[in-house]
Design a protein around this ligand. Structure first.
Ligand code: AMP
Length: 181
């Protein structure tokens, strides 16, 4: 977890490689659906391009489907999911059916100005339609309204770990690995 631009995707890729587990990024899955021009892609595009969240039911179906992958038995890391309380509750139900539990939620933290600058930099070569200032601001707003309440949700379950997301990429990776080990 963490606000847009905090480095979730960057860290998730490194951690998954190091631990040899599956990386499931709902943002990447949606961008892939958009590239393939599927029905889900068409719906997702209309939300992503204005900085809003895609509908919970679509996202929960994607997760349900992706964690069925037999490679997930060794473990997996969810990047950018859940992003709303209904998604978190829906995910709890999916896990309950599979008799699995969520081990840990890592919350990367950073201040808002640092993040906006980072995304503007990323936008120079990310090719992402939502990495432009106006949309970034909307995504930040949505994060604080719809996603930040999950911090309390997972804190109450005693599985939340806050990690400072500011610093060199490898320092942040080491902070995460220390908590995971
Ligand atoms: P990300 O790559 O995680 O920054 O996601 C990019 C965009 O995809 C977000 O701004 C949302 O529009 C959409 N998206 C990604 N994950 C979710 C999710 N779990 N729930 C709703 N929308 C999502």
């Amino acid at each position: 977890m963490g606000p847009p631009g905090v480095g979730k995707g960057t860290q998730a890729k490194i951690i998954c490689k190091k631990l040899n587990i599956i990386h499931i990024s709902t943002g990447e899955i949606l961008r892939n659906e958009i590239r393939k021009k599927t029905k889900i892609g068409l719906i997702a595009k209309s939300f992503i391009n204005i900085g809003k969240l895609a509908p919970d039911d679509i996202i929960l179906d994607i997760i349900d489907d992706n964690i069925k992958n037999e490679n997930c038995i060794k473990g997996y890391l969810l990047d950018g999911f859940p992003r709303t309380i209904p998604q978190a509750k829906g995910f709890d139900k999916i896990l309950e059916k599979k008799e699995e539990t969520l081990t840990m939620v890592i919350n990367l933290t950073a201040n808002e100005n640092e993040l906006i600058n980072r995304i503007i930099e990323r936008g120079k070569d990310s090719g992402r339609s939502d990495d432009i200032l106006e949309i970034i601001k909307e995504r930040q707003k949505i994060y604080w309204h719809q996603t930040a309440p999950l911090i309390e949700y997972y804190n109450k379950k005693n599985i939340l770990k806050n990690i400072n997301g500011i610093g060199k990429i490898e320092d942040i990776t080491n902070r995460i690995l220390r908590i995971l080990n």
